[in-house]
Design a protein around this ligand. Structure first.
Ligand code: Z2T
Length: 821
């Protein structure tokens, strides 16, 4: 690549540029009082470097006609961008000095930034980590997503209950995005399909749409760490198509023109806040289609700019990864485009799709497996539905019936259409049939995808189902969020561990070194002091940094079992009330979690934790040995503050339910010790750190299956475990909700008469036992320090760079920029 060798910016030059932006870009001369203006000017300064690199990256891939990966995801949880971009461009120190020179602390400037919260949880954050790794490893990649006007709701607590308010992330503009009017797309929907007979007896289908929506792209640059690359995340915003608008406006129908505009703009208005349930809402379906159509059109346009009308290389140059089934319609849209617009024969179009698409499954939970009614499909996308039926016919006749002749049962089970009162389209089935690879996100999860979710597909398409274990970017999740620990690691590891995380394994040899232990734990202690301040500010609760910081941060979900640690907190509280000298190291339970607004029990669990926290935190009898805090508005930025301060990482899902988990990796990387079940990536974390450096408890996947085969009865545990009984009964009293008995009953009800669907009671006793072992380990300072250090040292496998390399080697088959000559 013909890059000019640039001198890195000095702090003085950086400061000069910031001042120029304050003066000439925003006319802010009173910046002394205005950290927001400084933030903006710093971002604009960084962008000067970013956009130059973006131009060079584009230039390179154009010249080399590089194969690209197109990552399609309805969600991206980017968090804040400035600190990350400064680290990745090696401008952090320079910017820090420059900003100090202007009279500000860089951390205070960061605090002015808004999270890009265009996602729910792990799936969206994974996409963000993958973009970071793709750019860092110099791969040609485009992330496609939706430019939601409102990302994930903001969470507040009113008297312990979750209140949602809209996220206004770009109310006053976002310095990290640029609009690309030259890449606008027009998206048809609704209408009907006309069949036209050709002279040769064949037919041609013409879709006459009923409406057109405009898709406007906003590009967010993705800066690689210490690499040549700046890629983009392209986010589509829906607008009323202009001609449609104007016709009505000119005819005097001003009001209607506006309502059409409102309708069009509704499509990208808000992120659906359900993490693992399919709400089945029509607008969500249109949102998915709008996103897929914009992205597929853009991918084709980019390809055509290089290859014109020659489709022969399409599958060599383009791979499309579907982040769960949310973007499945992209398959049908490509198929439709090839046949209807480029005159492909059906089989050729189908074969092309099968070479281009790959699909990642993120959950086995049945309520998350997307289904859309045939009726809705027919109304919004009549032509796509025809193609879906044609794929189903081919699949059932040419593949299912040939593999299992005369087996109607099998045809019914595998069909893309679920028959019943209303016919439903099984989106995951379409993905499996039409993708060349399907992956789960941790080994145990991928094994279960094969054995339990799609066993027939595994037989039908051997080699198609595979695993890529998730990972996290060590740039954001260690280097940027834990600067002190990063410096300590720098002093011991001579290579750039942020780019080669396995190199941290050399730190394991200091695990028993007293001096190193002291340094390591002093950093942890400092991080805990900072978090304690944050906790005081956001909850009013005072906590001691000498206590064990026990952290559970993730979406609120029954399968994740926040209520298991809640039950255990009740048990500890009871033990302390019975015996104020009960032997335990003081512990602070720190929760962070948003509940889907319509998820009743999840919200009840938040309420119960908050109510118990009120009581426990103000009870002098227990001498501060137990504290409980629920930090409001958990998000990427809060995670960056909690994770470096965690001693214990709670990963306690019912075995078989958590596909992977990625918070578990971030916490262990920052020296937290896991207490967890053999679920998701916990299994692989245990393999890496060894049994001595993790607290594994509870039923395994096989144990759970056995329990269920014998008929699971929660009352067996209630009647035979005095502590379980007392804690559940406690919830019916008004002990935590004075004057209002029964306010916390929902949890007890779900665990008993509700059948305890996530087998919490079956794991309770072993969890309590593991906690005693953990408490004992913590009291032995050297032992704990050793465990913490080993956790940090052995997380090499869980860098998202390794995940991306796995995708590249086994699925995408890309070559990085540097190796293309
Ligand atoms: C999500 O965050 C995850 C799975 C989903 O299934 C949906 C959402 Cl929004 C449809 C999570 C998994 O629960 C978690 O185990 C995994 O680590 C993460 O995706 C990334 O793969």
């Amino acid at each position: 690549m013909a890059t000019a060798i640039k001198k890195p910016l000095t702090a003085a030059q950086f400061k000069k540029k910031v001042l120029q932006h304050l003066n000439f870009t925003s006319s802010q001369t009173d910046y002394q009082q205005d950290p927001t203006a400084v933030l903006r000017a710093v971002c604009l300064t960084v962008n000067e470097v970013v956009y130059e690199k973006l131009t060079e990256t584009n230039q390179y891939h154009k010249e080399h006609k590089s194969r690209s990966i197109n990552y399609l995801s309805l969600e991206y949880l980017m968090g804040r961008m400035l600190s990350n971009n400064l680290h990745n461009l090696d401008l952090f120190d320079v910017a820090q000095k420059a900003v100090a020179n202007l009279g500000f602390e860089i951390e205070d400037i960061f605090e002015e930034g808004h999270d890009l919260a265009l996602g729910n949880g792990g799936l969206g954050r994974l996409a963000a980590c993958f973009l970071d790794s793709l750019a860092t490893m110099d791969f040609n990649a485009v992330g496609y997503g939706i430019h939601y006007e409102h990302g994930l709701f903001k969470q507040q607590f009113h008297q312990g209950r979750q209140i949602e308010t809209p996220d206004e992330w770009r109310e006053y503009g976002n310095p990290w995005e640029v609009c690309r009017p030259e890449a606008v797309q027009n998206i048809p929907l609704f209408g009907h399909v006309e069949t036209i007979a050709n002279t040769d007896g064949s037919v041609k289908k013409v879709w006459h749409s009923g409406q057109t929506i405009k898709g406007v792209p906003w590009d967010v640059p993705i800066v690689g760490y210490n690499s040549k690359t700046v890629n983009v995340l392209r986010l589509w915003e829906s607008r009323a198509s202009s001609h449609f608008d104007w016709e009505q406006f000119n005819s005097g129908d001003y009001q209607d023109a506006h309502s059409a505009q409102n309708h069009a703009e509704t499509i990208s208005k808000v992120l659906y806040p359900n993490d693992e349930t399919d709400a089945g809402k029509e607008l969500r379906f249109i949102q998915q289609y709008f996103f897929c159509a914009c992205s597929v059109k853009d991918i084709i346009k980019r390809y055509s700019q290089q290859h014109g009308n020659d489709w022969s290389q399409f599958a060599d140059k383009v791979a499309i990864q579907l982040n769960d089934t949310h973007p499945t319609i992209a398959i049908l849209e490509l198929m439709r485009t090839l046949i209807d617009e480029y005159d492909f024969a059906w089989l050729d179009a189908f074969a092309m799709c099968r070479k281009v698409f790959a699909y990642t499954n993120h959950t086995l939970l049945p309520e998350a497996l997307e289904k859309w009614s045939v009726d809705l499909f027919n109304k919004v996308l009549p032509r796509h539905l025809e193609l879906l039926f044609s794929i189903n016919e081919y699949f059932l006749n040419e593949e299912v019936s040939k593999m299992w002749p005369g087996n109607d049962q099998m045809r019914r089970r595998l069909s893309l259409i679920e028959e019943g009162e209303t016919q439903m389209v099984r989106m995951a089935h379409l993905c499996v049939v039409t993708s060349f690879k399907v992956n789960g996100v941790a080994q145990i999860h991928s094994d279960l995808v094969k054995s339990d979710l799609f066993p027939e597909f595994d037989q039908l398409y051997p080699e198609k189902l595979t695993n890529v274990t998730n990972g996290v970017t060590p740039r954001r999740w260690l280097k940027a969020c834990n600067p002190e620990l990063s410096k300590l690691l720098d002093s011991k590891v001579k290579v750039d561990w942020a780019k080669d995380l396995s190199s941290l394994s050399s730190v394991a040899k200091f695990a028993d070194d007293e001096k190193f232990q002291q340094k390591f734990m002093a950093i942890k202690h400092n991080n805990k002091i900072k978090l304690a301040e944050e906790i005081l500010a956001s909850t009013g609760v005072e906590v001691s940094p000498d206590a064990i910081f026990d952290v559970q941060i993730k979406r609120l979900h029954e399968y994740k079992r926040q209520h298991l640690s809640f039950m255990h907190i009740l048990a500890l509280y009871r033990r302390l009330l019975a015996d104020p000298d009960y032997d335990m190291h003081p512990r602070v339970y720190i929760f962070g979690a948003k509940a889907a607004p319509g998820y009743y029990l999840a919200k009840e669990i938040i309420y119960a934790i908050n109510k118990v926290a009120d009581k426990v935190n103000n009870d002098d009898r227990i001498k501060g040995k137990l504290k409980v805090v629920f930090m409001p508005n958990y998000r990427v930025t809060l995670a960056e503050k909690i994770i470096p301060a965690a001693d214990v990482s709670e990963q306690i899902s019912t075995a078989g339910k958590e596909a992977s988990g990625t918070g578990n990796m971030k916490l262990a990387l920052n020296g937290a010790v896991t207490i967890g079940t053999l679920d998701g990536a916990n299994v692989e974390i245990a393999e890496e750190v060894g049994d001595d450096n993790i607290f594994i408890f509870g039923n395994t996947v096989d144990d759970i299956k056995a329990l269920e085969a014998n008929g699971y009865n929660p009352y067996d545990y209630y009647n035979n475990d005095e502590e379980i009984k007392a804690c559940l009964d406690w919830l019916h009293t008004d002990y935590f909700t004075p004057g209002k008995p029964g306010e916390l009953s929902a949890i007890a009800h779900s665990l008993l008469d509700g059948g305890d669907p996530y087998r919490l009671l079956a794991d309770f006793a072993d969890y309590a036992k593991a906690n005693i072992a953990l408490d004992k380990a913590y009291k032995d300072k050297a032992r704990w320090a050793r465990m913490a250090i080993i956790n940090t040292a052995k997380m090499g496998k869980f860098t998202s760079d390794r995940s991306i390399q796995d995708y590249v080697d086994n699925i995408w088959k890309l070559t990085p920029m540097s190796s293309q000559g």
